[in-house]
Design a protein around this ligand. Structure first.
Ligand SMILES: *Cc1c(COP(=O)(O)O)cnc(C)c1O
Length: 405
């Protein structure tokens, strides 16, 4: 070992990591349940959940055990071979949803990339080579590959990289008339998040989603639900579409699927899947046994009526605590969302202080997220204990008091 070693500190980030993130000033080193500790041993309550990923908290004992066991069994084969964990997980996902066929990948963007490619492939192969238009929404987020970031509705993320994938149009979210104005026989898909997550925790209305379903049926287009953030119990159902009558043709899920281990899935029906043939799409890592075994364990725990009822109960704790804070400080205009995907929109006079609230929260020992330009976002573990909710809310109150003086 060399005599002088580079100290591993937050400063090193600014020297060696591509400058596309602005991480917090501390470096977490350990997590357990809904608590995290940094290099100095300072404790944090986690209301962020790794951006809606660690749905069972950090280092859940069952996931740890599953990962350890599988790590001694088989890690990776590629899709030249299939494997038992992938087959088991796919069977369980089809049993639990509208879907018959599953494609596994490693991230939300990759699941969406597959979904958008499938939608176009299906339309161009079964109806017309000109049926390629994708309708998506302002403020939508679908990932960072060039196709998915272009379908996303935030040009600041897709500009500057040269010519974009073509034939993608964006209209205002929750505005059915705007969709009617652009949909036509050349439309292959409408892509929507049941609750816009990154865009500001904005739920789609029931009327909007059922209107999209009708338009898709009328124009022979596929309805794609991006449930990367809303899936896996986040809203109190296994998938958000299960709250309503509207069933999509393609659904993507990622974030919480592996509870923190990278894995994603695209779900669809047989009639759509059958246009694909060996070689039409693929991935090296997708569906590897290590990821699928952890996701299977995660799904087994989350797809349980008691756990899902607990998400609803925790929703009530969060809303009640946020309303109490708001009665005192009057900083939120709306508190919205479903289950444990909750957004508190800052009043206009506080919107510019969004980063200050998050930084002050960290100083008081609370991990918190933003969404959009003026929303505090709460995406904790689906099994966060009541005591952690209360302690976290006390810290939030202290942080707010500090910021607004
Ligand atoms: C996070 C997110 C994605 C992208 O997922 P990655 O794993 O970062 O590629 C896509 N869609 C939605 C709705 C998301 O919240």
């Amino acid at each position: 070992m060399p005599v002088t070693q580079t100290p591993i500190t937050r400063e090193l980030f600014d020297e060696v990591i591509l400058p596309i993130y602005a991480p917090a000033q501390f470096v977490p080193v350990k997590g357990q349940g809904s608590r995290v500790w940094d290099q100095q041993g300072k404790e944090y309550i986690d209301f962020a959940g790794g951006i809606a990923v660690t749905a069972l908290g950090h280092c859940h004992p069952v996931l740890v055990e599953t990962l350890q066991k599988q790590s001694e069994q088989l890690w990776h084969l590629s899709n030249i071979f299939t494997n038992e964990p992938a087959l088991r997980l796919a069977k369980k996902l089809t049993d639990a949803t509208f879907a018959d066929r599953i494609f596994f990948a490693n991230s939300g963007a990759e699941a969406n990339e597959a979904a958008f490619k499938l939608a176009r492939y299906y339309a161009t192969n079964t109806i017309s080579p000109y049926k390629t238009k994708i309708i998506a929404f302002h403020h939508a987020f679908h990932g960072r590959t060039f196709f998915t970031v272009t379908v996303g509705g935030q040009p600041k993320y897709s500009d500057g990289f040269g010519p974009k994938p073509a034939d993608i149009v964006h209209v205002p979210f929750n505005d059915l008339d705007a969709v009617k104005a652009v949909i036509d026989d050349h439309t292959c898909a409408i892509v929507v998040e049941p609750i816009q997550g990154e865009g500001g925790v904005t739920p789609a209305t029931e009327a909007f989603l059922s209107g999209l379903r009708q338009l898709c049926d009328q124009y022979q287009a596929l309805l794609v639900f991006d449930e990367v953030q809303t899936g896996m119990g986040r809203t109190g159902k296994l998938f958000a579409y299960q709250h309503s009558e509207v069933v999509p043709d393609i659904l993507t899920t990622a974030k919480a699927l592996g509870g923190g281990f990278p894995v994603s899935a695209m779900l669809t029906r047989e009639g759509i899947a059958k246009v694909m043939t060996p070689g039409s799409h693929g991935t090296t890592y997708g569906g590897n046994p290590l990821a699928c075994s952890v996701a299977e364990a995660s799904l087994d725990i989350i797809n349980d009526s008691q756990l899902l009822a607990g998400v609803e109960q925790r929703h009530q704790w969060f809303i009640k605590a946020l309303e109490e804070i708001n009665n005192h400080y009057h900083i939120f205009t709306t508190i919205r969302g479903k289950g444990l995907l909750i957004g508190a929109q800052l009043a206009p006079e506080y919107a510019a202080r969004l980063r200050d609230f998050i930084q002050a929260a960290a100083e008081h020992g609370l991990l918190l997220l933003s969404a959009g330009s003026d929303v505090l976002r709460f995406t904790p573990s689906l099994i966060i204990p009541e005591q952690d909710v209360q302690q976290g809310m006390a810290k939030l109150q202290q942080a707010i008091a500090q910021v607004i003086g």
